[in-house]
Design a protein around this ligand. Structure first.
Ligand code: FE
Length: 187
């Protein structure tokens, strides 16, 4: 990863209100754009995607005591150009490992800003039997093909779908977790 890319990614993390200097310095890097860039790998959608999710920046349910997770990052081209107004559609299981297949708990989408950044507040999904802990994501640059994939967390049990290049950079502050990931898409 180039220092420029690193600064950009860390810049996204620095936008977090409670992310100080230590967080930015400690944050490991996720896959880099640039001359050797590989596109973010596609993965199976799984059985639990629901279309037409609400647009929102927080999936936290009112009154929820579940551990919080802030997922932040960027969507960029392989040449490191930020992808503006990219769709980022997220779904994951709750703190007990259950998906809401009737409504939209822990489902929602947002769009990247003028620098290709996004930031979503949610809860830390449970690790449920048979899978590595994961978050499902669809990312779509305007007018381009949808990238369906999954993100993983460092330090957890792995499974047959787990891939290192889909692992977020993460730091934990007491009950709050901060995660960052850079999507590299054709744009
Ligand atoms: Fe899943």
């Amino acid at each position: 990863m180039t220092s420029m890319t690193r600064r950009r990614l860390l810049g996204a993390a620095a936008a977090l209100p409670f992310a100080g200097r230590a967080f930015a310095q400690d944050l490991p890097l996720t896959p880099a754009c640039g001359p050797q860039a590989a596109l973010t790998p596609r993965q199976t959608e799984g059985p639990y995607y629901t279309p037409d999710t609400p647009q929102r920046a927080s999936l936290v349910e009112p009154g929820s005591k579940a551990d919080r997770l802030t997922l932040t990052g960027r969507v960029v081209s392989p040449q490191c150009r930020p992808v503006v107004k990219a769709l980022v559609d997220v779904w994951h299981c709750d703190e007990n490992g259950a998906y809401d297949n009737a409504g939209f708990r822990y489902r929602g989408h947002l769009f990247t800003d003028a620098e290709g950044r996004f930031r979503l507040e949610t809860v830390f999904p449970a690790l449920y039997p048979g899978r590595a802990r994961h978050i499902h994501v669809k990312v779509q640059a305007p007018g381009r093909r949808v990238l369906t994939t999954q993100l993983y967390f460092p330090g957890d049990a792995r499974d047959f779908l787990w891939r290192p290049e889909l692992t977020v950079a993460m730091e934990r502050r007491t009950q709050a977790r901060l995660a960052a990931f850079q999507f590299i898409v054709d744009a």
